[in-house]
Design a protein around this ligand. Structure first.
Ligand code: HEM
Length: 154
């Protein structure tokens, strides 16, 4: 059971984190070069696929991340939540949930900006770059936490 949870957690983490990084570092910058019309249309058309992939992998990632400490016996009572191990797990949870929520807000704002203009403005470039930095930072921090947990450095 623990092995299956580990496998699902790592596989979904690779898909979720890889998908988010690929999107902000490759797909979005490429679309911006093609202009607001192409960006808006492509993002709208891709939304159902993106939503399914990121939604499903994110859900599996968070569920298995929450189930692993219970299954391994690392967190069995509320008192365990104060231990460094639990603080790392909660920090990872906050980073991933926070990034998902913040990305949703960013996408809504960007869709509005794309609908309102005929060219990519400096404000849109700045927002896109900020989003890329936030995404890389949050995912890097989560991976560092996972390395700490995986190597038992707590
Ligand atoms: C970017 C997203 C994430 C990736 C790529 C990722 C990846 C990993 C990897 C590679 C391991 C090490 C497995 C091992 O060697 O034992 C791990 C362990 C773990 N992860 Fe994540 N993870 C992510 C997000 C999360 C989140 C959000 C949570 C909390 C809800 C979480 C909770 C855990 C727990 C509890 C363990 C087991 C640590 C242990 O007791 O050995 N992970 N994760």
């Amino acid at each position: 059971m623990l092995a299956i949870l580990h496998f699902l957690h790592i596989a979904s983490g690779i898909v979720w984190a890889g998908g988010a990084l690929f999107f902000v570092l490759v797909v979005e910058p490429t679309l911006f070069r093609l202009g607001p019309g192409a960006t808006r249309d492509t993002l709208r058309a891709a939304q159902p696929f993106l939503g399914r992939l990121m939604g499903a992998s994110g859900l599996i990632l968070l569920t298995t991340g929450g189930a692993l400490p219970a299954a391994s016996g690392a967190i069995t009572s509320p008192g365990d939540l104060l231990r460094p191990y639990s603080v790392y797990v909660l920090a990872a949870l906050a980073l991933v949930v926070g990034l998902a929520a913040q990305s949703g807000r960013y996408r809504a704002v960007m869709q509005r900006m794309l609908s309102a203009t005929a060219e990519v403005t400096p404000a849109m470039h700045a927002a896109r770059q900020r989003q890329a930095v936030v995404t890389v930072a949050a995912i890097s921090a989560t991976i560092v936490i996972m390395a700490i947990l995986g190597m038992g450095l707590y």
